[in-house]
Design a protein around this ligand. Structure first.
Ligand code: XMP
Length: 524
């Protein structure tokens, strides 16, 4: 990517730095802190001290991690940390590290403790456990544990298997928790984090949609000056919210480009255009490239190859259109924080590439454009809240995610016009029935998948040999993990009957009952 990023757009009044020691829960910690209306960012545990210094956190949270403090290569406490004199909360490995480095004793694990435990709080007046019951159900997931307190520390809570399950030094404002307050299985977990943020760090809760919007608009205005910007629109929540913010900041100097790759759902191109017109008031260039994409995809069955072709075509079209817009300096993208975290972590965690994601938020612009990424530090639920605050209607704010390569990854095998039409018709039935049942807001995604399998059926008096269509509906918080939705059997029956009756070429409907992992949400 040659588009370079310019000034950061976030300048929070108060912020927490989360130092990541390799925990699978680091993102969750960040989300919980944000839920408490306190801004935070995740940093690698060995981040440059100058980066942390310019972030100017009012406190630190040390995440858990897979290491043992006794491992030869175990991550250590950064040298600057204690010198800052700021409050610190160590969770799991973070707690053990504090104990170990401050002169306590850590007991190497003989076995792992994983699951729920009952926590007895020693002192209900302690700032961390203030206003909480004296016994709490908490979630444990650890090997080592703290055996002896470091000098100056008090024991704050215990469980049957962890005599020091929480400790603190009120003077130095350093705390440790052996359990995970960030997971939903810990009752009052968010309250404990809130107590740390408000009672220990002195936070005021300034992270609010309205102030984010005001600051973001001011910063975009300053950044763009009198120049022009362009933005790829898909109709999805992220690009729509990003475009709306930038439009508020620079008005008509922003132009949207909507490339219809012909892989959209029934009526979606018209719907999107109408949506842009009604709610964004933005000048949008519409490019109907359906034929071109179909041609490029002819004879291609491999999922990664489809993704590669679609991404490539998309960029070529987008660039050609952008050139028509004249002197443009900026490109608006709807990149979200999880993508940023994942790419920052990519060199430390050997994540296998599961799918090449293509979307309008990931345009590898070869043009020399400077990126504006107003949502770069936001989680999806925050983007939805910002969208709502910006006055965008629920139909946009709660729109379900749709993959950049569209229906191409929901047609297993070659993409043809006939198969697209068939899938669109079936998908429209799934959508309308789930909406009619009032379940659309509870389900993260629901859609139809066209399988390459044909099966024998009987219709009227005749034998049929036609497509098997699959229905996928999942519940999820963030798309990273998901469970199949327990749709009512009557609803499934209605969907199945309607599809087989109304969509020629389908004689069998199956329901996908796999979670993610081990499956993914999309079939390709
Ligand atoms: P998977 O299938 O990997 O999908 O479990 C996780 C989430 O990502 C969406 N998805 C995509 N989104 N470009 C996107 O913008 C893509 O190429 C892409 N592939 C999958 C998927 O719909 C789900 O919400």
């Amino acid at each position: 990517m040659t588009g370079q990023r310019t000034i950061e757009q976030i300048s929070p009044d108060e912020a927490i730095a989360i130092l990541d020691f390799g925990s699978q829960y680091s993102q969750l910690i960040a989300r919980r802190v944000r839920e408490c209306h306190v801004y935070c960012q995740i940093f690698r545990h060995d981040e440059e001290p100058s980066v942390i210094q310019s972030f100017a956190p009012v406190g630190f949270i040390l995440s858990g991690g897979p290491a043992s403090v006794y491992d030869h290569a175990a991550p250590r406490l950064p040298a600057y940390l204690l010198e800052t004199g700021k409050p610190i909360l160590g969770i799991c490995y973070g707690m053990q590290l504090l104990a170990y480095e401050l002169g306590g004793q850590v007991m190497p694990a003989t076995h792992r403790e994983y699951g729920p435990a009952d926590l007895s709080v020693c002192d209900p007046h302690d700032p961390l456990f203030h206003d909480l019951p004296s016994t709490l159900r908490v979630w444990m997931s650890h090997g080592d544990q703290v055996l002896a307190l470091p000098p100056g520390f008090r024991k704050l809570a215990s469980t049957a298997s962890a005599p020091i399950a929480a400790f603190g030094d009120e003077q130095r404002r350093i705390y440790g928790l052996q359990f995970h307050p960030e997971v939903v299985h810990t009752s009052y977990g968010v309250q404990i984090l809130r107590n740390f943020l408000y009672n220990v760090c002195g936070c005021q809760g300034t992270w609010q949609p309205a102030s984010f919007i005001a600051k973001s608009i001011a910063s975009i205005r300053k950044q763009v000056g009198s120049s022009k910007a362009i933005c790829a629109l898909s109709g999805g929540v992220d690009s729509t919210v990003a475009a709306t913010l930038v439009h508020r900041a620079i008005g008509d100097r922003l132009t949207g480009i909507f490339v219809n790759h012909g892989l959209l759902r029934l009526g979606e191109a018209e719907y999107n255009l109408d949506l842009f017109r009604r709610h964004l008031g933005l000048h949008v260039i519409y490019v109907d490239a359906a034929e071109r994409f179909l041609e490029a995809l002819r004879g291609v069955s491999d999922p990664e190859e489809k993704r590669r072709i679609i991404g490539h075509e998309f960029i070529r079209i987008f660039e050609a259109e952008a050139r028509q817009c004249g002197e443009v300096r900026f490109l608006v993208q709807g990149t979200l924080y999880p993508d940023v975290i994942e790419s920052n972590a990519a060199d430390t965690r050997a994540a296998a590439r599961i799918k090449t994601h293509h979307n309008v938020g990931g345009l590898p612009a070869k043009m020399e454009l400077v990126l504006i990424e107003p949502l770069r530090y936001l989680f999806k639920d925050e983007v939805r809240r910002i969208g709502k605050e910006l006055g965008l209607p629920d139909e946009i704010v709660h729109r379900q995610p749709f993959p950049g390569p569209g229906l191409a990854v929901r047609i297993i095998g070659e993409v043809t016009k006939e198969r697209l039409d068939l899938l669109r018709a079936a998908d429209a039935i799934v959508t309308s029935e789930i909406k009619a049942a009032g379940l659309d807001k509870d389900i993260w995604q629901y859609f139809a998948v066209l399988t390459p399998i044909r099966s024998v059926g009987v219709m009227g008096d005749g034998r049929t040999y036609a497509h098997v269509l699959a229905i996928r509906a999942v519940v999820s918080e963030d798309g990273m993990t998901a469970d199949w939705a327990r749709l009512p059997p009557d609803l499934l029956a209605r969907i199945s009957t309607r599809i087989v009756n109304e969509v020629p070429g389908v004689n069998r409907v199956v329901y996908d009952i796999t979670s993610k992992p081990p499956s993914t949400i999309e079939w390709e």
